[in-house]
Design a binder for this molecule. Structure first.
Ligand code: PRP
Length: 211
């Protein structure tokens, strides 16, 4: 039997995923050693392999079949736009993609002004403003601490993830519009879905049962 390979998003999402998999009887003790620098972990009995990757790389591994199954945030799935199947909402990692800024920016949004939008998610931001709102904007790609942009005058608003809202509050910003709800999702390689349908379906069913 060939290995079925999982690509997990390094960090909290991977830990939550392993907790959930354990409830279904899928374990990987090798992965629990926090001192280990190993990148790939195996469950020989079940012929499963697990590796940890940066979020935006998970859909890439899954599209090319280097991983059969991936667990990654909906934000990353939409932004990366890879050819894969999104098959299950795991319900954790819940947050929202929002347009945020100072209260004064509300007027600019309402009047459909040609504003600047800073974001780590240019595809999502572009789709929202151009296709959903029919508003022409200038999108500026950043890599983190997006909340800085409107504070220092790089942009009028941002498109970013809001979880508790604490980052916004502490920086004098607020949610102006909601783009979409987010959470962790299971994605599957298109060929694996056919070739390994029995094993994958069984895992997905087990996950649904413990959710
Ligand atoms: C994310 C997001 C916000 C923050 C939202 O950033 O970009 O900045 O979390 O969480 P809150 O609503 O609970 O305050 P992250 O910490 O992932 O880092 P980043 O700024 O490098 O993107």
């Amino acid at each position: 039997m060939r290995y079925l390979t999982f690509a997990l998003t390094k960090g909290r999402l991977a830990n939550k995923t392993m907790e959930l998999l354990e409830k279904t009887g899928i374990t990987c003790d090798e992965m629990k050693d926090p001192a280990s620098r190993k990148l790939i972990f195996v469950n020989e009995e079940l012929k499963l392999r697990f590796f940890l990757a940066k979020g935006p790389d998970v859909p890439t591994y899954v599209e090319y079949g280097a991983a059969d199954i991936g667990v990654v945030g909906k934000d990353t799935i939409d932004e990366e736009n890879r050819k894969l199947y999104e098959v299950l909402d795991l319900g954790f990692g819940k947050c929202r993609m929002c347009v945020c800024g100072p209260a004064s920016a509300k007027e600019l949004l309402k009047k459909q002004e040609r504003i600047r939008v800073a974001t780590k998610y240019p595809r999502i931001a572009k789709d929202y403003f151009y296709n959903k709102k029919c508003q022409t904007v200038e999108i500026i790609k950043l890599n983190g601490s997006i909340e800085l942009a409107p504070i220092v005058g790089l942009s009028e608003v941002i498109v970013d993830i809001v979880e508790t809202g604490a980052t916004l509050r502490e920086n004098g910003l607020e949610v102006l519009e909601e783009v979409c709800p987010l959470s962790a999702r299971v994605v599957v390689n298109r060929v694996s879905m056919q070739m390994e349908s029995e094993r994958i379906t069984k895992i997905l069913k087990a996950l649904k049962d413990v959710l």
